[in-house]
Design a protein around this ligand. Structure first.
Ligand code: PHE
Length: 359
């Protein structure tokens, strides 16, 4: 009968073990109390935090005792739990009193003081890189004129970057396009013009597209970085003339800069356009009077353009008798420099927030 009673109390534990568990627990709790009280009595200011961690912390001895209560006989659990809780509370109070006594309470040490009246920390707001902003602006203007956007690979074949654009292997134009080769026939594109070829191979006229992206050249000084951004634009249809090119670029420049910005088309040469032109705008710094930025000329070069050379149409299988078109390529960094009055292209890529946060 005895055995049976104990078994009920100990919920299936062997009687001797049940009794032992109860006693051991209670002894342990009381011993812990004695030990902690003594330790607290002797604690100096610098012992307080280690004390708190050891006895009262989340991984402290009292927490671990409470956890072990799960294995105590069910009948004893409430009483033991209350005992442990009361002691923990008592110790917490004693701890606070001791803190007070030693002048180490919350609000007394500067490290732990919480000042609710302090203003919150302001998180700096991110923004788009100036090159990204200008790129988006350029694309938006051309999209407004009905151009669609196409993107292509940065690693390009010799065929698309040169050959199909009427730049054969030993053509002097390759000098200006010294680049980084992946292999003999694979390179980092030196301009976005290869996208003209990729688009024309894929689609039949009429065609009205822009191709924004990164381009690469072996160049590095205050006006050149080895990587920069271009937007290529091209339009192919029947009876496209130089007047159409002028019209589109005039609208673009008026929207990108001021409506009354002066424009000048200067004869030039590109192997893939005929005739070709460099397009200048009246200097945005001095208004055309002549300054250091425009090298006293009053003009700033902003893009290359021309009518697509019939030799290029031949490469993609368009009938040069039936179709004509224009193409242009503009440098984004350069346009952003002129728009914002930036005098060193390298500033874009130094990641200095004092520079970047101005845009
Ligand atoms: N691809 C030329 C360059 O990067 C620019 C250009 C594009 C010129 C289209 C004419 C027509 O220098």
């Amino acid at each position: 009968m005895d055995t049976l009673k104990l078994e009920t109390a100990g919920r299936g534990l062997a009687p001797s073990l049940a009794v032992k568990t109860k006693c051991v627990m209670e002894d342990e709790i009381l011993r812990l109390k004695g030990e902690a009280t003594a330790a607290l009595g002797e604690a100096g200011k610098e012992d307080l935090e280690p004390f708190r961690v050891k006895y009262l912390g989340r991984k402290g001895l009292f927490t671990s005792v409470m956890r072990q209560l799960g294995s105590a006989p069910a009948a004893d659990r409430p009483r033991l739990g209350k005992l442990a809780n009361d002691i923990k509370q008592e110790l917490t109070q004693a701890f606070a009193a001791r803190q007070e006594e030693l002048g180490a309470g919350r609000g007394q040490g500067t490290a732990t003081r919480l000042d609710l009246s302090l203003p919150g920390r302001v998180l700096p707001r991110g923004r788009l890189h100036p090159v990204t902003q200008v790129m988006a602006e350029v694309c938006a203007i051309f999209e407004g004129l009905g151009f669609t956007v196409a993107e292509g690979p940065d690693v390009e074949t010799d065929f698309y970057n040169f050959e199909a654009l009427n730049i054969p292997p030993h053509h002097p134009a390759r000098d200006m396009h010294d680049t980084f080769y992946v292999s003999d026939a694979l390179l980092l594109r030196t301009h976005t013009s290869p996208m003209q070829i990729r688009a024309m191979e894929r689609e039949q006229p009429p065609l009205r597209m822009i191709a924004p992206g990164k381009v690469y050249r072996c160049d590095s000084d205050i006006t050149h970085t080895p990587m920069f951004h271009q937007v290529e634009g091209f339009l192919v249809d029947r009876q496209v003339s130089f007047a159409d090119l002028k019209g589109v670029l005039s609208v673009f420049i008026a929207r990108m800069f001021d409506a009354d910005t002066a424009i000048r088309f200067r004869p030039s040469f590109f192997p893939f356009t005929e005739p070709s032109a460099e397009v200048d705008i009246g200097c945005v710094m001095c208004g055309g009077k002549g300054c250091r930025v425009c090298k006293q000329t009053g003009w700033l070069e902003i893009l290359g353009a021309g009518l697509i050379d019939p030799a290029v149409f031949a490469k993609v299988g368009y009938d040069p008798e039936a179709y004509s078109g224009f193409a242009f390529g503009l440098g984004i960094e350069r346009i952003a420099m002129l728009k914002y009055g930036i005098n060193d292209i390298r500033l874009y890529y130094e990641n200095d927030l004092r520079f970047l946060s101005q845009f």
